[in-house]
Ligand binder design. Structure first.
Ligand code: ADP
Length: 552
Protein backbone atom coordinates (compact mmCIF):
# COMPACT_ATOMS: atom_id res chain seq x y z
CA UNK A 1 0.00 0.00 0.00
CA UNK A 2 1.35 3.41 -0.94
CA UNK A 3 1.01 6.16 1.63
CA UNK A 4 -1.48 8.94 1.09
CA UNK A 5 0.97 11.65 1.96
CA UNK A 6 2.04 14.53 -0.26
CA UNK A 7 5.34 14.41 -2.04
CA UNK A 8 7.05 17.59 -1.09
CA UNK A 9 10.69 17.83 -2.13
CA UNK A 10 13.15 18.77 0.59
CA UNK A 11 14.97 21.83 -0.71
CA UNK A 12 17.27 24.66 0.28
CA UNK A 13 14.91 27.10 -1.47
CA UNK A 14 12.26 26.11 1.06
CA UNK A 15 14.62 26.73 4.01
CA UNK A 16 15.55 30.18 2.71
CA UNK A 17 11.96 31.18 1.92
CA UNK A 18 10.88 30.11 5.40
CA UNK A 19 13.61 32.20 7.10
CA UNK A 20 12.94 35.23 4.89
CA UNK A 21 9.21 35.24 5.53
CA UNK A 22 8.40 33.88 8.99
CA UNK A 23 11.69 34.98 10.58
CA UNK A 24 12.18 38.11 8.54
CA UNK A 25 13.37 40.12 11.54
CA UNK A 26 15.89 37.55 12.83
CA UNK A 27 19.39 38.86 12.37
CA UNK A 28 22.59 37.94 10.63
CA UNK A 29 25.45 39.70 12.38
CA UNK A 30 29.05 40.11 11.19
CA UNK A 31 31.84 41.34 13.46
CA UNK A 32 34.06 44.10 12.06
CA UNK A 33 36.68 44.06 14.80
CA UNK A 34 35.03 46.74 16.93
CA UNK A 35 31.33 46.56 16.18
CA UNK A 36 28.77 44.53 14.24
CA UNK A 37 27.19 44.83 10.78
CA UNK A 38 23.62 43.62 10.85
CA UNK A 39 21.04 42.45 8.36
CA UNK A 40 17.78 40.61 8.79
CA UNK A 41 16.66 37.34 7.22
CA UNK A 42 14.13 39.46 5.32
CA UNK A 43 17.07 41.32 3.77
CA UNK A 44 18.96 38.07 3.22
CA UNK A 45 15.93 36.89 1.20
CA UNK A 46 15.86 39.95 -1.06
CA UNK A 47 19.62 40.12 -1.39
CA UNK A 48 19.72 36.40 -2.25
CA UNK A 49 17.15 37.13 -4.98
CA UNK A 50 19.33 39.96 -6.30
CA UNK A 51 22.38 37.71 -6.19
CA UNK A 52 20.53 34.96 -8.07
CA UNK A 53 19.46 37.47 -10.73
CA UNK A 54 23.03 38.76 -10.85
CA UNK A 55 24.44 35.27 -11.36
CA UNK A 56 21.88 34.59 -14.10
CA UNK A 57 22.93 37.84 -15.78
CA UNK A 58 26.49 36.48 -15.84
CA UNK A 59 25.26 33.32 -17.51
CA UNK A 60 25.01 30.91 -14.56
CA UNK A 61 22.50 28.26 -15.56
CA UNK A 62 21.33 24.85 -14.39
CA UNK A 63 23.58 23.06 -11.95
CA UNK A 64 26.70 25.05 -12.74
CA UNK A 65 29.07 25.53 -9.84
CA UNK A 66 29.64 28.87 -8.16
CA UNK A 67 32.56 29.09 -5.76
CA UNK A 68 33.01 31.22 -2.66
CA UNK A 69 36.37 32.29 -1.26
CA UNK A 70 35.20 34.09 1.83
CA UNK A 71 35.23 34.50 5.59
CA UNK A 72 32.16 33.83 7.71
CA UNK A 73 30.04 36.91 7.08
CA UNK A 74 26.66 38.18 5.88
CA UNK A 75 27.61 38.00 2.20
CA UNK A 76 28.78 34.40 2.51
CA UNK A 77 25.44 33.54 4.09
CA UNK A 78 23.70 35.22 1.14
CA UNK A 79 25.68 32.97 -1.20
CA UNK A 80 24.63 29.95 0.89
CA UNK A 81 21.02 31.10 0.46
CA UNK A 82 21.03 32.08 -3.21
CA UNK A 83 23.20 29.59 -5.05
CA UNK A 84 21.53 26.24 -4.20
CA UNK A 85 18.08 27.87 -4.22
CA UNK A 86 18.49 28.89 -7.87
CA UNK A 87 19.38 25.30 -8.78
CA UNK A 88 23.12 25.98 -9.04
CA UNK A 89 25.71 24.35 -6.80
CA UNK A 90 27.59 26.20 -4.06
CA UNK A 91 31.27 25.30 -3.87
CA UNK A 92 32.88 26.66 -0.73
CA UNK A 93 36.59 26.95 -1.50
CA UNK A 94 38.80 26.43 1.53
CA UNK A 95 40.93 29.57 1.76
CA UNK A 96 43.63 27.67 3.67
CA UNK A 97 44.33 25.03 1.03
CA UNK A 98 47.72 24.95 -0.61
CA UNK A 99 47.72 26.83 -3.96
CA UNK A 100 47.95 23.70 -6.11
CA UNK A 101 45.06 22.09 -4.20
CA UNK A 102 42.93 25.19 -4.65
CA UNK A 103 43.56 25.12 -8.39
CA UNK A 104 42.80 21.41 -8.44
CA UNK A 105 39.42 21.71 -6.72
CA UNK A 106 38.25 24.74 -8.73
CA UNK A 107 39.07 22.85 -11.94
CA UNK A 108 37.68 19.56 -10.69
CA UNK A 109 34.36 21.15 -9.70
CA UNK A 110 34.41 23.27 -12.89
CA UNK A 111 33.55 26.46 -11.04
CA UNK A 112 32.15 29.08 -13.46
CA UNK A 113 32.21 32.06 -11.11
CA UNK A 114 33.76 32.73 -7.72
CA UNK A 115 32.66 35.24 -5.09
CA UNK A 116 35.86 36.47 -3.45
CA UNK A 117 36.20 38.50 -0.28
CA UNK A 118 38.19 41.66 -1.14
CA UNK A 119 40.59 41.06 1.75
CA UNK A 120 41.43 37.63 0.33
CA UNK A 121 42.33 38.79 -3.20
CA UNK A 122 46.11 38.59 -2.53
CA UNK A 123 45.65 34.94 -1.50
CA UNK A 124 43.31 34.05 -4.37
CA UNK A 125 44.65 36.03 -7.33
CA UNK A 126 47.89 34.08 -8.01
CA UNK A 127 45.86 30.91 -8.72
CA UNK A 128 43.17 32.51 -10.86
CA UNK A 129 44.85 32.15 -14.24
CA UNK A 130 45.10 28.36 -13.65
CA UNK A 131 41.39 28.01 -12.90
CA UNK A 132 40.33 27.02 -16.39
CA UNK A 133 36.54 27.25 -16.11
CA UNK A 134 36.25 30.42 -14.02
CA UNK A 135 34.84 33.25 -16.13
CA UNK A 136 33.62 35.69 -13.48
CA UNK A 137 34.97 36.98 -10.18
CA UNK A 138 32.59 38.86 -7.92
CA UNK A 139 34.46 40.86 -5.29
CA UNK A 140 32.79 41.53 -1.96
CA UNK A 141 34.27 44.34 0.12
CA UNK A 142 37.45 46.37 -0.13
CA UNK A 143 40.53 44.95 -1.83
CA UNK A 144 43.08 45.46 -4.57
CA UNK A 145 41.17 44.31 -7.64
CA UNK A 146 44.04 45.07 -9.99
CA UNK A 147 45.72 41.88 -8.72
CA UNK A 148 43.00 39.80 -10.39
CA UNK A 149 44.32 40.52 -13.91
CA UNK A 150 42.28 39.81 -17.02
CA UNK A 151 41.71 36.02 -16.91
CA UNK A 152 38.12 36.51 -15.75
CA UNK A 153 35.63 39.40 -15.77
CA UNK A 154 35.67 41.19 -12.42
CA UNK A 155 32.46 42.51 -10.84
CA UNK A 156 31.65 44.29 -7.62
CA UNK A 157 29.29 42.34 -5.37
CA UNK A 158 27.25 45.33 -4.21
CA UNK A 159 27.06 46.85 -7.72
CA UNK A 160 25.95 43.52 -9.15
CA UNK A 161 23.18 43.24 -6.54
CA UNK A 162 22.12 46.88 -6.89
CA UNK A 163 21.57 46.46 -10.64
CA UNK A 164 19.12 43.57 -10.17
CA UNK A 165 15.48 43.08 -9.31
CA UNK A 166 14.72 41.84 -5.80
CA UNK A 167 12.27 39.34 -7.22
CA UNK A 168 13.53 35.95 -8.27
CA UNK A 169 11.26 32.99 -8.73
CA UNK A 170 13.23 30.41 -6.75
CA UNK A 171 10.36 27.98 -6.93
CA UNK A 172 10.34 28.01 -10.74
CA UNK A 173 14.15 27.96 -10.85
CA UNK A 174 14.31 24.85 -8.70
CA UNK A 175 11.30 23.14 -10.27
CA UNK A 176 13.56 20.82 -12.23
CA UNK A 177 15.75 20.11 -9.20
CA UNK A 178 15.33 16.73 -7.58
CA UNK A 179 15.93 16.58 -3.83
CA UNK A 180 18.81 14.20 -4.49
CA UNK A 181 20.52 16.72 -6.80
CA UNK A 182 23.65 18.47 -5.60
CA UNK A 183 23.18 21.67 -3.61
CA UNK A 184 26.71 22.22 -2.32
CA UNK A 185 30.19 20.79 -2.65
CA UNK A 186 33.06 20.50 -0.20
CA UNK A 187 36.45 18.97 -0.77
CA UNK A 188 38.41 17.26 1.98
CA UNK A 189 41.76 18.81 2.72
CA UNK A 190 43.46 15.86 1.06
CA UNK A 191 46.13 14.95 3.56
CA UNK A 192 47.15 12.20 1.14
CA UNK A 193 46.66 12.38 -2.63
CA UNK A 194 44.30 14.79 -4.35
CA UNK A 195 41.47 16.47 -2.44
CA UNK A 196 38.23 14.47 -2.67
CA UNK A 197 34.92 16.17 -3.36
CA UNK A 198 31.63 15.44 -1.66
CA UNK A 199 28.38 16.75 -3.17
CA UNK A 200 25.66 17.30 -0.58
CA UNK A 201 22.07 17.03 -1.82
CA UNK A 202 19.12 19.29 -0.99
CA UNK A 203 17.67 16.33 0.85
CA UNK A 204 20.82 15.54 2.85
CA UNK A 205 21.25 19.17 3.93
CA UNK A 206 17.57 19.44 4.89
CA UNK A 207 17.63 16.29 7.01
CA UNK A 208 21.01 17.19 8.52
CA UNK A 209 19.67 20.64 9.49
CA UNK A 210 16.71 19.04 11.24
CA UNK A 211 19.03 16.78 13.21
CA UNK A 212 21.35 19.67 14.12
CA UNK A 213 18.38 21.50 15.67
CA UNK A 214 17.15 18.61 17.81
CA UNK A 215 17.78 18.59 21.57
CA UNK A 216 19.90 15.48 20.99
CA UNK A 217 22.27 17.61 18.93
CA UNK A 218 22.58 21.41 19.31
CA UNK A 219 19.06 22.04 20.59
CA UNK A 220 18.52 25.26 18.61
CA UNK A 221 15.30 27.28 18.29
CA UNK A 222 14.33 30.71 16.97
CA UNK A 223 15.19 32.11 20.41
CA UNK A 224 18.87 31.25 19.94
CA UNK A 225 21.79 33.24 18.62
CA UNK A 226 24.25 31.01 16.82
CA UNK A 227 27.95 31.86 16.73
CA UNK A 228 29.65 30.08 13.83
CA UNK A 229 33.39 30.33 14.39
CA UNK A 230 33.97 27.11 12.45
CA UNK A 231 34.62 28.31 8.89
CA UNK A 232 31.86 28.34 6.32
CA UNK A 233 34.51 27.15 3.84
CA UNK A 234 35.02 23.94 5.80
CA UNK A 235 32.36 21.21 6.02
CA UNK A 236 29.53 23.74 5.68
CA UNK A 237 30.34 25.27 9.09
CA UNK A 238 28.98 22.08 10.65
CA UNK A 239 25.57 22.77 9.17
CA UNK A 240 25.05 25.88 11.31
CA UNK A 241 24.09 28.31 8.49
CA UNK A 242 21.23 26.18 7.18
CA UNK A 243 20.21 25.16 10.71
CA UNK A 244 20.00 28.87 11.52
CA UNK A 245 17.68 29.60 8.60
CA UNK A 246 15.69 26.45 9.24
CA UNK A 247 14.95 27.53 12.80
CA UNK A 248 14.97 31.32 12.49
CA UNK A 249 17.82 31.59 15.02
CA UNK A 250 20.07 34.64 14.63
CA UNK A 251 23.37 33.94 12.91
CA UNK A 252 26.60 35.52 14.22
CA UNK A 253 29.79 35.43 12.20
CA UNK A 254 33.29 36.61 13.17
CA UNK A 255 34.54 37.44 9.65
CA UNK A 256 38.37 37.44 9.74
CA UNK A 257 38.61 38.22 13.47
CA UNK A 258 39.47 34.78 14.77
CA UNK A 259 41.87 35.62 17.60
CA UNK A 260 40.70 35.23 21.21
CA UNK A 261 40.58 38.95 21.92
CA UNK A 262 38.15 40.03 19.16
CA UNK A 263 36.17 36.81 19.54
CA UNK A 264 35.64 37.39 23.26
CA UNK A 265 34.69 41.01 22.57
CA UNK A 266 32.17 39.84 19.98
CA UNK A 267 30.72 37.32 22.42
CA UNK A 268 30.49 39.70 25.36
CA UNK A 269 28.79 42.29 23.17
CA UNK A 270 26.37 40.12 21.17
CA UNK A 271 25.73 37.38 23.74
CA UNK A 272 25.32 34.36 21.45
CA UNK A 273 23.83 31.25 23.06
CA UNK A 274 25.15 28.36 20.95
CA UNK A 275 27.97 27.91 18.48
CA UNK A 276 30.85 25.84 17.26
CA UNK A 277 34.63 25.85 16.93
CA UNK A 278 37.57 23.43 16.90
CA UNK A 279 39.58 22.67 20.08
CA UNK A 280 42.52 24.89 19.06
CA UNK A 281 40.19 27.91 19.04
CA UNK A 282 38.61 27.08 22.42
CA UNK A 283 42.06 26.35 23.86
CA UNK A 284 43.32 29.77 22.82
CA UNK A 285 40.13 31.38 24.16
CA UNK A 286 40.49 29.63 27.51
CA UNK A 287 44.11 30.78 27.93
CA UNK A 288 43.07 34.32 27.02
CA UNK A 289 40.01 34.35 29.30
CA UNK A 290 42.02 32.98 32.22
CA UNK A 291 44.51 35.82 31.85
CA UNK A 292 41.94 38.64 31.88
CA UNK A 293 41.28 40.75 34.96
CA UNK A 294 38.52 41.86 35.37
CA UNK A 295 36.95 38.77 33.87
CA UNK A 296 35.29 38.93 30.45
CA UNK A 297 31.85 37.34 30.53
CA UNK A 298 31.15 34.78 27.84
CA UNK A 299 28.56 32.78 29.77
CA UNK A 300 25.73 33.74 27.41
CA UNK A 301 26.98 30.65 25.55
CA UNK A 302 24.86 27.74 26.68
CA UNK A 303 25.99 24.83 24.54
CA UNK A 304 28.84 25.16 22.13
CA UNK A 305 29.94 22.43 19.81
CA UNK A 306 33.55 21.36 19.77
CA UNK A 307 34.90 18.85 17.30
CA UNK A 308 37.20 18.27 14.38
CA UNK A 309 39.68 16.77 16.82
CA UNK A 310 39.22 15.36 20.30
CA UNK A 311 38.24 17.70 23.11
CA UNK A 312 40.77 17.45 25.96
CA UNK A 313 39.24 16.96 29.39
CA UNK A 314 41.09 19.94 30.88
CA UNK A 315 39.56 22.18 28.23
CA UNK A 316 36.01 20.93 28.75
CA UNK A 317 36.13 21.27 32.54
CA UNK A 318 38.25 24.44 32.58
CA UNK A 319 36.02 26.53 30.36
CA UNK A 320 32.90 25.31 32.14
CA UNK A 321 34.12 25.75 35.72
CA UNK A 322 35.92 29.05 35.25
CA UNK A 323 33.83 30.72 32.52
CA UNK A 324 30.44 29.05 32.54
CA UNK A 325 30.57 27.76 28.95
CA UNK A 326 29.41 24.21 28.35
CA UNK A 327 31.17 22.41 25.52
CA UNK A 328 29.28 19.84 23.51
CA UNK A 329 31.59 17.31 21.92
CA UNK A 330 30.69 16.25 18.37
CA UNK A 331 32.31 14.01 15.81
CA UNK A 332 32.08 14.17 12.05
CA UNK A 333 33.90 14.71 8.81
CA UNK A 334 33.40 16.42 5.46
CA UNK A 335 31.96 13.12 4.20
CA UNK A 336 29.29 13.10 6.94
CA UNK A 337 27.81 16.58 6.26
CA UNK A 338 29.52 16.79 8.85
CA UNK A 339 27.56 15.79 11.98
CA UNK A 340 28.05 12.09 12.71
CA UNK A 341 27.43 12.10 16.46
CA UNK A 342 26.98 14.47 19.38
CA UNK A 343 27.88 13.67 22.98
CA UNK A 344 24.75 14.40 25.05
CA UNK A 345 24.94 12.06 28.04
CA UNK A 346 22.00 9.89 29.13
CA UNK A 347 19.93 11.02 32.12
CA UNK A 348 20.42 10.01 35.73
CA UNK A 349 24.20 10.03 35.95
CA UNK A 350 26.56 11.58 38.46
CA UNK A 351 28.56 14.61 37.30
CA UNK A 352 31.68 12.47 36.84
CA UNK A 353 29.81 9.73 34.91
CA UNK A 354 28.19 12.36 32.80
CA UNK A 355 31.56 13.97 32.04
CA UNK A 356 32.89 10.60 30.88
CA UNK A 357 30.03 10.42 28.34
CA UNK A 358 30.56 14.04 27.29
CA UNK A 359 34.19 13.31 26.49
CA UNK A 360 33.30 10.50 24.10
CA UNK A 361 32.77 11.41 20.43
CA UNK A 362 29.05 11.02 21.03
CA UNK A 363 25.92 9.08 20.39
CA UNK A 364 25.11 7.97 16.86
CA UNK A 365 21.71 9.50 16.00
CA UNK A 366 18.91 7.38 14.57
CA UNK A 367 19.69 8.16 10.92
CA UNK A 368 23.44 7.43 11.19
CA UNK A 369 24.31 3.76 11.56
CA UNK A 370 27.79 2.89 12.73
CA UNK A 371 29.89 -0.23 13.04
CA UNK A 372 33.54 -1.11 13.61
CA UNK A 373 35.52 -3.58 11.56
CA UNK A 374 38.88 -5.30 11.93
CA UNK A 375 41.72 -5.50 9.40
CA UNK A 376 39.87 -8.25 7.47
CA UNK A 377 36.70 -6.21 7.23
CA UNK A 378 34.90 -8.40 9.78
CA UNK A 379 32.39 -6.58 11.96
CA UNK A 380 33.34 -6.34 15.65
CA UNK A 381 30.89 -6.16 18.57
CA UNK A 382 29.60 -2.87 20.03
CA UNK A 383 30.77 -3.85 23.49
CA UNK A 384 32.74 -0.75 24.39
CA UNK A 385 35.94 -2.81 24.31
CA UNK A 386 36.61 -3.99 20.76
CA UNK A 387 38.51 -1.44 18.68
CA UNK A 388 38.31 -1.20 14.89
CA UNK A 389 37.81 1.14 11.95
CA UNK A 390 34.59 3.10 12.24
CA UNK A 391 32.22 2.77 9.28
CA UNK A 392 28.98 4.75 8.93
CA UNK A 393 26.01 4.97 6.59
CA UNK A 394 22.90 7.11 6.45
CA UNK A 395 21.00 9.77 4.50
CA UNK A 396 23.62 12.50 5.03
CA UNK A 397 26.68 10.29 4.67
CA UNK A 398 28.64 10.32 1.38
CA UNK A 399 28.27 7.19 -0.74
CA UNK A 400 31.08 8.15 -3.11
CA UNK A 401 33.30 11.05 -4.12
CA UNK A 402 32.68 13.34 -7.08
CA UNK A 403 34.25 12.12 -10.29
CA UNK A 404 35.15 14.39 -13.18
CA UNK A 405 35.76 12.38 -16.37
CA UNK A 406 38.07 15.15 -17.59
CA UNK A 407 40.27 14.70 -14.53
CA UNK A 408 40.12 11.00 -13.74
CA UNK A 409 41.56 9.93 -10.37
CA UNK A 410 41.79 6.13 -10.35
CA UNK A 411 42.34 6.11 -6.58
CA UNK A 412 39.45 8.46 -5.77
CA UNK A 413 37.10 5.93 -4.18
CA UNK A 414 39.80 3.47 -3.12
CA UNK A 415 39.47 1.97 0.35
CA UNK A 416 36.81 4.51 1.33
CA UNK A 417 33.52 2.77 0.61
CA UNK A 418 32.52 -0.81 1.35
CA UNK A 419 29.10 -2.43 0.81
CA UNK A 420 27.31 0.91 1.13
CA UNK A 421 29.32 2.01 4.18
CA UNK A 422 31.76 4.93 4.40
CA UNK A 423 35.08 3.90 5.89
CA UNK A 424 36.00 6.84 8.09
CA UNK A 425 39.70 6.10 8.66
CA UNK A 426 38.99 6.63 12.36
CA UNK A 427 39.74 3.93 14.90
CA UNK A 428 37.00 3.62 17.48
CA UNK A 429 34.97 1.54 19.90
CA UNK A 430 31.20 1.62 20.21
CA UNK A 431 29.35 0.97 23.48
CA UNK A 432 26.17 -1.13 23.59
CA UNK A 433 24.22 2.15 24.09
CA UNK A 434 25.63 3.61 20.84
CA UNK A 435 28.34 6.02 22.03
CA UNK A 436 31.51 6.07 20.00
CA UNK A 437 34.96 6.70 21.39
CA UNK A 438 37.67 7.46 18.89
CA UNK A 439 41.02 6.12 19.91
CA UNK A 440 42.91 7.52 16.95
CA UNK A 441 43.02 8.10 13.23
CA UNK A 442 44.09 4.92 11.49
CA UNK A 443 47.20 6.61 10.16
CA UNK A 444 48.22 8.11 13.53
CA UNK A 445 47.87 5.06 15.72
CA UNK A 446 51.22 3.84 17.05
CA UNK A 447 51.88 0.16 16.42
CA UNK A 448 54.24 -0.99 19.14
CA UNK A 449 55.17 -4.67 19.29
CA UNK A 450 51.86 -5.81 17.82
CA UNK A 451 49.85 -3.64 20.25
CA UNK A 452 48.19 -0.34 19.39
CA UNK A 453 48.91 2.84 21.32
CA UNK A 454 46.49 5.70 20.91
CA UNK A 455 48.42 8.89 20.18
CA UNK A 456 45.31 10.86 21.14
CA UNK A 457 45.11 9.32 24.62
CA UNK A 458 48.74 10.18 25.28
CA UNK A 459 48.27 13.74 24.01
CA UNK A 460 45.25 14.29 26.22
CA UNK A 461 47.03 12.88 29.24
CA UNK A 462 50.07 15.12 28.67
CA UNK A 463 47.89 18.17 28.01
CA UNK A 464 46.27 17.54 31.39
CA UNK A 465 49.50 18.83 32.99
CA UNK A 466 49.03 22.46 34.04
CA UNK A 467 52.36 23.60 32.56
CA UNK A 468 51.61 22.15 29.10
CA UNK A 469 49.91 24.28 26.45
CA UNK A 470 49.88 21.66 23.66
CA UNK A 471 51.31 18.22 23.01
CA UNK A 472 51.36 16.03 19.92
CA UNK A 473 52.45 12.39 19.88
CA UNK A 474 53.71 10.53 16.82
CA UNK A 475 55.05 7.04 16.26
CA UNK A 476 58.73 6.92 15.35
CA UNK A 477 60.50 3.87 13.92
CA UNK A 478 61.95 1.48 16.48
CA UNK A 479 64.16 -1.54 15.63
CA UNK A 480 62.64 -3.71 18.35
CA UNK A 481 59.00 -2.60 18.63
CA UNK A 482 58.42 -1.28 15.07
CA UNK A 483 57.20 2.02 16.43
CA UNK A 484 57.43 3.89 19.72
CA UNK A 485 55.80 7.14 20.79
CA UNK A 486 57.53 10.50 20.61
CA UNK A 487 55.89 13.31 22.56
CA UNK A 488 56.39 16.85 21.25
CA UNK A 489 55.45 19.31 23.97
CA UNK A 490 54.73 23.04 23.96
CA UNK A 491 55.08 24.44 27.49
CA UNK A 492 52.63 27.11 28.60
CA UNK A 493 54.03 30.65 28.27
CA UNK A 494 56.03 31.55 31.37
CA UNK A 495 55.97 27.98 32.75
CA UNK A 496 58.63 25.35 32.73
CA UNK A 497 58.41 21.62 33.12
CA UNK A 498 60.91 18.79 32.69
CA UNK A 499 60.45 15.55 30.78
CA UNK A 500 61.04 13.66 34.05
CA UNK A 501 58.14 15.52 35.65
CA UNK A 502 55.92 14.76 32.66
CA UNK A 503 56.82 11.09 32.69
CA UNK A 504 56.04 10.93 36.38
CA UNK A 505 52.78 12.80 35.81
CA UNK A 506 51.77 10.17 33.23
CA UNK A 507 52.72 7.33 35.59
CA UNK A 508 49.21 6.71 36.92
CA UNK A 509 47.43 7.72 33.70
CA UNK A 510 48.78 5.41 31.03
CA UNK A 511 50.03 1.83 31.00
CA UNK A 512 53.78 1.57 31.62
CA UNK A 513 54.55 0.10 28.21
CA UNK A 514 52.75 3.02 26.53
CA UNK A 515 54.84 5.69 28.27
CA UNK A 516 56.74 7.66 25.59
CA UNK A 517 60.50 7.36 25.85
CA UNK A 518 61.21 10.01 23.19
CA UNK A 519 60.50 13.63 24.11
CA UNK A 520 61.04 17.01 22.49
CA UNK A 521 60.05 20.58 23.26
CA UNK A 522 58.67 22.51 20.31
CA UNK A 523 57.51 26.10 19.92
CA UNK A 524 54.17 25.19 18.37
CA UNK A 525 52.40 22.06 17.10
CA UNK A 526 52.14 22.36 13.29
CA UNK A 527 48.49 22.73 12.24
CA UNK A 528 46.54 21.80 9.11
CA UNK A 529 44.49 24.24 7.07
CA UNK A 530 41.66 23.84 9.56
CA UNK A 531 43.67 24.05 12.75
CA UNK A 532 44.15 20.36 13.49
CA UNK A 533 47.47 18.97 14.62
CA UNK A 534 49.41 18.22 11.45
CA UNK A 535 51.34 15.13 12.44
CA UNK A 536 52.51 14.63 8.88
CA UNK A 537 54.60 17.79 9.24
CA UNK A 538 55.77 16.75 12.69
CA UNK A 539 56.84 13.34 11.35
CA UNK A 540 58.78 15.05 8.60
CA UNK A 541 60.44 17.42 11.09
CA UNK A 542 61.50 14.38 13.06
CA UNK A 543 62.70 12.51 9.97
CA UNK A 544 64.68 15.58 8.86
CA UNK A 545 66.36 15.77 12.26
CA UNK A 546 64.77 19.13 13.10
CA UNK A 547 63.55 18.07 16.54
CA UNK A 548 65.89 18.00 19.51
CA UNK A 549 64.89 14.66 21.00
CA UNK A 550 65.68 13.38 24.50
CA UNK A 551 65.39 9.60 24.81
CA UNK A 552 64.91 7.79 28.13
P1 ADP B 1 40.35 16.40 7.22
O1 ADP B 1 40.81 16.72 8.64
O2 ADP B 1 40.89 15.13 6.70
O3 ADP B 1 40.37 17.55 6.31
P2 ADP B 1 37.69 16.60 8.14
O4 ADP B 1 37.86 18.02 8.46
O5 ADP B 1 36.49 16.14 7.47
O6 ADP B 1 38.82 16.08 7.28
O7 ADP B 1 37.99 15.84 9.48
C1 ADP B 1 37.40 14.64 9.82
C2 ADP B 1 38.20 13.96 10.86
O8 ADP B 1 38.40 14.77 12.01
C3 ADP B 1 37.53 12.72 11.41
O9 ADP B 1 37.69 11.64 10.55
C4 ADP B 1 38.26 12.54 12.73
O10 ADP B 1 39.49 11.90 12.56
C5 ADP B 1 38.52 13.94 13.17
N1 ADP B 1 37.52 14.35 14.15
C6 ADP B 1 36.38 15.00 13.94
N2 ADP B 1 35.72 15.20 15.10
C7 ADP B 1 36.47 14.64 16.08
C8 ADP B 1 36.32 14.50 17.49
N3 ADP B 1 35.30 15.00 18.14
N4 ADP B 1 37.29 13.84 18.15
C9 ADP B 1 38.34 13.33 17.51
N5 ADP B 1 38.54 13.44 16.19
C10 ADP B 1 37.61 14.08 15.47
Amino acid sequence: MRSTMQESPLSIARIVRYAATFHSSSETVTWTGESSRRRTYGEVGTRAARLANGLRSLGIQGDQRVGTFMWNNNEHLEAYAAIPSMGAVLHTLNIRLFPEQLIYIANHAEDQAVIVDGSLIPLFAPQLSSMKTVKHIIVSGEGDRSLLGSHAAVHDYEELLAAQSENFDFEAASAGTDEQDAAAICYTSGTTGNPKGVAYSHRSIYLHSMYALTPSAFGISAADKILAIVPMFHAMAWGLPYAAMFSGADMHMPDRFLQPEPLCKFISQEKPTVGGAVPTVWNAMLAYLDAQEPKIRVDSLRDVAIGGSACPRALMTGIEERHGVKLLHAWGMTETSPLGSVARPPAGLSKEESLAYRLTQGLLPCPVEGRITDDNGDVLPNDGKAVGELEVRGPWIAGSYIENPNMPDPDAQKDKFRDGWLRTGDVAMITPDGFITLTDRAKDIIKSGGEWISSVDLENAIMGHPAVAEAAVIGVPDPKWDERPLAAVVPRAGESVSFDELREFLGDKVARWQLPEHWAFIAEVPKTSVGKFDKKVLRKQHADGELEVTTF
